[in-house]
Write a protein that binds this ligand. Structure first.
Ligand code: AMP
Ligand code: ZN
Length: 465
């Protein structure tokens, strides 16, 4: 399996540090608002990478953080007259809901910056002891020039970088390239006590600390959007390697940006959509399918036309699955004919095509094309005269490959309102005759179908979850 490593600028064979295991860290969102569809790109892409690794048999330890202390969170808290924790907890919860809609597998660990302050103080202390950091008036800076490999990820030269910096009139830093590890609080800001000041950590230190705590000093894959290469990931490397004296991450993966109207999607320009807004127009599966229809390292332009095309494409797969399930009901079990054996052979080679696409730096666009070919083969070859075995083989194949991409290909058969009413009536009758097991069974069935019951004084009310 090959993946593109930003560190070497090459596609490289993936060889994990420990056989059969993958330690993976993905920089997560800053939680001061609903996540936007740009933030959803790394979430979807790296969940798909994880799913493919698991399909290959690796045990993946997947860590993704929430940045829950930050200027933007504090600003929003002040605007609303609530605490920063109220804001971050609210949007972490909303983010989890969006991720569920996007069918993102829960991370092994989702650490929060505010719960890891002790670890940050410890790492900063070590960096000071080793001469890689220094304190000035309560602020601690990383001594960037003390780390010889600075710039190795972003391929930037420290002297060129420095030449581009406008030096502030009063600068307490030893060098303009030094960056903050700890800063004193301002009035009204959340703070923690440290040996240097009552204050809070800089942004970069949190990922170095959480990655080390949950995955160890050396990890296999560190990932995020391409805007994080510099300075965030470059600074993470400097901190971690200066502290631990070991290579931090073996492979660095970065997704390209999601644009709108061919312009970079940005909150400040107002040209962005939240995942929540999109969920009101399309099932979130469509958004996931749309994101995977392009290679993760290519910029992707969001448009209604492309979303419609994705919806149609996805619908084609769902319909094929639905039809195959119905064929199964009427087909008989019998020995495979020659034509059926050939068809299974064709499907196996399309599966190999899918794998080859994914092995080539996660080319999900080509992987989806292979699924479409399987769907086409199913649609044009199978009827209820075919053997149950061949229909089952094709059905399993489509379900397995779509699942690797995190696409749920089974159509949810939604209950109609009158069916719900009927079940509620059945449940009431069961209760009247004290058949509580049956009443519970009906309640659970409804719950599975996304129907929530509320027993009120006026009777039973229901709503869709
Ligand atoms: P932030 O909350 O800004 O720290 O971003 C969280 C993640 O979303 C990071 O990995 C960013 O690189 C990524 N990201 C932000 N905007 C976009 C975008 N328009 N396209 C793709 N990735 C993005
Ligand atoms: Zn990070």
């Amino acid at each position: 399996m090959k993946l593109y490593n930003t560190l070497t600028k090459k596609k490289e064979e993936f060889i994990p540090i420990e056989e059969g295991k993958v330690r993976m860290y993905v920089c997560g969102p800053t939680v001061y608002n609903y996540i936007h569809i740009g933030n959803a790109r790394p979430v979807i892409v790296f969940d798909t990478v994880r799913r493919y690794l698991e399909y290959k048999g690796y045990e993946v330890n997947f860590v993704s953080n929430f940045t829950d202390v930050d200027d933007k969170i504090i600003k929003k808290a002040i605007e609303e007259g609530v605490t920063a924790t109220t804001i971050s907890e609210r949007y972490i919860e909303e983010c989890h809901k969006d991720m569920e809609g996007l069918n993102i597998k829960p991370a092994t660990t989702n650490p929060k910056a505010t719960e890891e302050i002790d670890g940050m103080i410890e790492m900063i202390s070590t960096l000071i002891k080793k001469g890689h950091a220094y304190e000035k008036n309560g602020t601690v800076y990383f001594r960037t020039r003390s780390f010889k490999d600075y710039g190795k990820l972003s391929k930037k030269n420290i002297d060129d970088l420095e030449a581009g910096i406008r030096i502030a009139v009063v600068d307490e830093k030893e060098d303009p390239m030094d960056f903050v590890l700890w800063k004193p609080k301002k009035e009204g800001e959340p703070y923690w006590t440290s040996p240097w000041s009552d204050g809070r950590p800089g942004w970069h230190i949190e990922c170095s600390v959480m990655s080390k705590k949950y995955l160890g000093e050396q990890i296999d894959i560190h990932a995020g959007g391409e805007d994080l290469v510099f300075p965030h990931h470059e600074n993470e490397i400097a901190q971690s390697e200066a502290c631990n004296g070991k290579e931090f991450a073996k492979y660095w993966m970065h997704n390209a940006f999601l644009n709108i109207d061919n312009k970079k999607m940005s909150k400040s320009d107002g040209n962005f959509f939240t995942v929540r807004e999109i969920s009101e127009e399309y099932p979130l599966q469509v958004l996931r399918f749309f994101m995977l229809s392009a290679h993760y390292r290519s910029p992707l332009n969001f448009s209604r036309d492309l979303m419609e095309a994705s919806q149609n494409g996805l619908e084609r797969i769902l319909t094929a699955v639905y039809n195959l399930e119905h064929l199964l009901d009427s087909a008989a079990s019998k020995e495979l004919s020659e034509a059926e054996k050939n068809l299974i052979g064709e499907i196996e080679s399309l599966n190999a095509k899918f794998d080859a696409a994914m092995e080539d730096d996660f080319n999900t666009a080509d992987a989806i094309a292979a699924i479409f070919e399987i769907v086409k083969a199913a649609n044009s070859n199978l009827t209820s005269d075919n053997s149950k075995e061949v229909i089952q083989t094709l059905l399993d194949k489509v379900l397995k490959l779509t699942d690797i991409l995190g696409i749920q290909a089974k159509k949810e058969e939604e209950l109609l309102a009158e069916e719900v009413e009927q079940l509620i009536e059945d449940r009431q009758n069961a209760r009247k005759s004290k058949d509580f097991a049956k009443a519970d069974e009906i309640r659970n069935l409804l719950l599975e179908k996304g129907i929530i019951l509320e027993d009120t004084r006026e009777g039973v009310r229901w709503k869709r979850a």
